[in-house]
Ligand binder design. Structure first.
Ligand SMILES: Nc1ncnc2c1ncn2[C@@H]1O[C@H](COP(=O)(O)OP(=O)(O)OP(=O)(O)O)[C@@H](O)[C@H]1O
Length: 681
């Protein structure tokens, strides 16, 4: 009996001995899960048994003799589990920190410190308690086009107090304009003059330290399309790699190497951005850990290589976008740094630290759920689902909740490994655009970021830059002040078009910051206005400028509105809300069914292949002299019945799915109609 035979027998997989007959044991040991089907192993239980058998056999046999470079690490490295997940790469199995000293808590940034120093406020590198999450907001500069079309900069970043102020233009009942001011507090508010280097220092630099403490860290950029996510994220891995490689020069770390991988999640599919967009499978192993199967990892010894890999990944992302008739903002891109220590004389390696950089899909895409095109609607629903799941997971983690809903989406499922554990740290960068046109998306981004930090352990403890939790201005929901005039430029420099242009972007830091804004006075003014407004008749439902029936469009075009009663409006809105809710649930079940039906189809093909193999054997048998024709007839009948059964099952599932799609089509059109009726009211 060959060794392959005996491994199969021990694993209770004797029935596959013929399929693997004659296979060289080294080849057997290098098999990947996706190869199993080629050998007729289609049953999920058998797949797991085989996977385990190969793993155990590897432990006994050791590595391949020619394992030298990263590509030939195959089985000790990534083939079966990719960068995420299996127990071969189990961080929790690691025996200790790579460097000495306690894990560094997040620090108040040098950027914020400088601003506070300029304002004569207290300094001192205070720590942000033991929170595992840090929320940083970055505003991108207004660009030349926006300035040319007269779009206003409505976002003020108060770096000293780590707060963001958004001036939303609204209309009063008498159609005069006023600016509603929204204020949000975060760990850092970075204005348009902050460089990528400074962003690195307040976000990823502390995470690099975490990495060397058996840690897992994640940095992700959230925001609307064009708000600067890629601009912010692209340089971060380069800087991080430079720092990591400097650590790795230490003699005690000479058996540790840095591996880089990058993949994209588009809808519910996954593609390797550093391996010709090879489609990757996301599977659960026997321990219910999610694995990105077949993800290629690259060993990195030089920062230049990281630069090239980032370029390649960005290029692959955009190439894929064209092919799929989508754009980069419809996918999530995930770059992972894995620190691995070589053990057993360099024969195997074990994951000892992981740092993930995530450039999320444009947040506004999640709202494309009532689009005319079904594909866009489904993508929108998937993006919406993943962004909500991400927020829920982060909040659950930081509040040490027992249940973290990782299974809520593909994105969170593959990130599970990076988020769990005492040493996990996360930085969220919320990117925002400066202009009035984008104000709605900007507010959505800030609200999302606010929710992420809301349940954080240290929320009640922190008092950034003199704003204390007791202050009326502390919580965003309570922080609205209204003024009649357009807001003053916080830098006192007149309108934004006064600023000079550089490379299409208006970038020139004003000489000095103005004194703190008169928030309290504005808030009192706002309260006064609210009191007067309460006595006034009900205002029309506010619309985006330019929308049909919109206040701005309607008023400017001189259109008279026919006012509906508040009850009528309320009924319409309640009905619309109900429908949207139902539609959301239906979308959810369509997304689940889609995966199920594809899996069923795949299974059906695998079964069909198995049947063909059996039929071939039957034909061979029946051709033998003295074969039993009765046995042949019985077998053929059984085979045909199995084929029919498989087809019927798939057809039935397909019919139910088509019904749901039709229902969804109808429902999204009804919601669209309802929305336009409400707009007309
Ligand atoms: N802080 C900044 N300084 C200078 N330019 C910036 C900054 N942020 C963004 N930009 C520029 O704004 C444009 C849009 O940025 P970017 O492509 O990073 O947006 P995005 O959020 O990644 O968009 P998408 O989701 O569509 O991929 C780019 O030309 C980028 O160079």
């Amino acid at each position: 009996m060959s060794r392959v035979d005996s491994w199969l027998v021990t694993a209770g997989l004797s029935k596959y001995r013929t399929a693997f007959a004659g296979m060289h044991e080294q080849f057997f040991l290098e098999l990947m899960m996706q190869d199993f089907v080629k050998y007729g192993v289609v049953d999920q239980g058998d797949k797991h048994r085989l996977y385990k058998a190969i793993k155990q056999a590897r432990a006994v046999v050791g590595p391949c003799e020619d394992a030298q470079d990263s590509s030939s690490f195959s089985y000790s490295n990534y083939d079966l589990q990719g960068g995420s997940g299996s127990d071969l790469l189990d961080l929790d199995a690691h025996d200790g920190d790579l460097i000495e000293g306690p894990i560094q808590p997040f620090q108040v940034s040098p950027v914020g410190e400088a601003a506070r120093a300029a304002a004569g406020q207290q300094q001192g590198g205070q720590q942000l308690s033991d929170s595992k999450i840090r929320v940083v907001v970055r505003k991108r500069p207004i660009n030349k086009k926006e300035v040319e079309r007269g779009d206003e900069d409505v976002v003020e970043m108060d770096m000293r107090n780590s707060c963001v102020l958004v001036n939303e233009t609204k209309l009063k009942v008498d159609l005069t304009k006023y600016a509603e001011r929204h204020q949000f507090n975060f760990d850092e508010a970075l204005d348009e003059y902050v460089t990528n280097d400074q962003v690195y220092r307040v976000t990823v630099e502390p995470l690099v330290h975490t990495l060397f403490h058996n840690g897992k860290a994640t940095c992700f950029a959230y925001g609307q399309t064009g708000s600067g996510k890629t601009h912010t994220m692209s340089p971060l891995p380069i800087r991080a790699a430079a720092d990591i490689l400097q650590y790795l020069v230490r003699p005690e770390l000479r058996d540790v190497s840095l591996f880089v991988s990058c993949f994209e999640i588009y809808g519910n599919k996954c593609f390797d951005l550093l391996n010709m967009r090879k489609k990757l499978n996301i599977l659960e192993d026997g321990k219910k850990k999610v694995c990105v199967v077949g993800l290629k990892e690259h060993t990195v010894n030089d920062v230049e290589v990281v630069k090239q890999l980032i370029e390649e990944a960005n290029h692959r992302r955009s190439v894929g976008s064209t092919a799929a008739n989508a754009d980069s903002s419809r996918s999530h891109s995930i770059m992972q740094f894995a620190l691995k220590r070589f053990i057993a004389g360099g024969a195997h390696c074990r994951l000892v630290g992981k740092l993930s950089f995530i450039d999320l899909a444009g947040s506004e895409r999640g709202a494309d759920t009532f689009d005319n095109n079904r594909q866009t609607r489904l993508e929108g629903a998937e993006i919406n689902k993943s962004l909500l799941a991400l927020k829920e997971c982060i909040r659950a983690l930081d509040s040490d909740a027992r249940h973290v809903p990782f299974r809520g989406s593909k994105l969170t499922a593959v990130l599970r490994d990076s988020f769990v554990g005492e040493t996990a740290r996360t930085v969220m960068i919320a990117n925002i655009s400066p202009t009035a046109t984008c104000v709605e998306h900007t507010l959505n981004t800030l609200r999302y970021a606010d929710r992420v930090k809301e349940l954080r352990k240290d929320k009640a403890e922190r008092a950034p830059g003199g704003v204390t939790p007791g202050d009326e201005m502390y919580h965003a929901a309570a922080q609205r002040a209204a003024v009649n005039l357009p807001p003053p430029n916080p830098y006192g420099g007149g309108s934004s078009s006064d600023l000079s242009s550089h490379d299409g972007l208006v970038l020139q830091r004003p000489p000095a910051l103005q004194p703190p804004m008169q928030q309290q006075a504005q808030y009192q003014q706002y309260q006064q206005q609210q009191r007067s407004a309460a006595a006034a008749p009900l205002p029309p439902r506010s619309r985006q400028p330019g929308m049909p029936g919109g206040v701005a469009g309607g008023a400017e075009a001189g259109i008279m509105h026919e006012w509906s009663s508040p009850e009528e409006l309320y009924d319409e809105e309640a009905e619309e809300e109900e429908l949207e809710h139902e539609h959301g649930e239906l979308m959810e079940s369509i997304l689940e069914d889609e995966e199920e039906i594809i899996a069923l189809h795949r299974q059906q093909i695998e079964d069909a292949m198995e049947i063909v193999r059996r039929e071939m054997a039957m034909l061979q048998e029946v051709d033998q002299p003295g074969s039993s024709i009765d046995q042949y007839v019985d077998s053929l009948e059984a085979v045909l019945a199995q084929k029919l059964d498989g087809i019927r099952k798939l057809q039935g599932r397909l019919d139910r799915f088509k019904n749901k799609l039709r229902q969804e089509d109808l429902m999204s059109r009804t919601v669209q109609k309802k929305q336009s009726t409400i707009q007309r009211i």
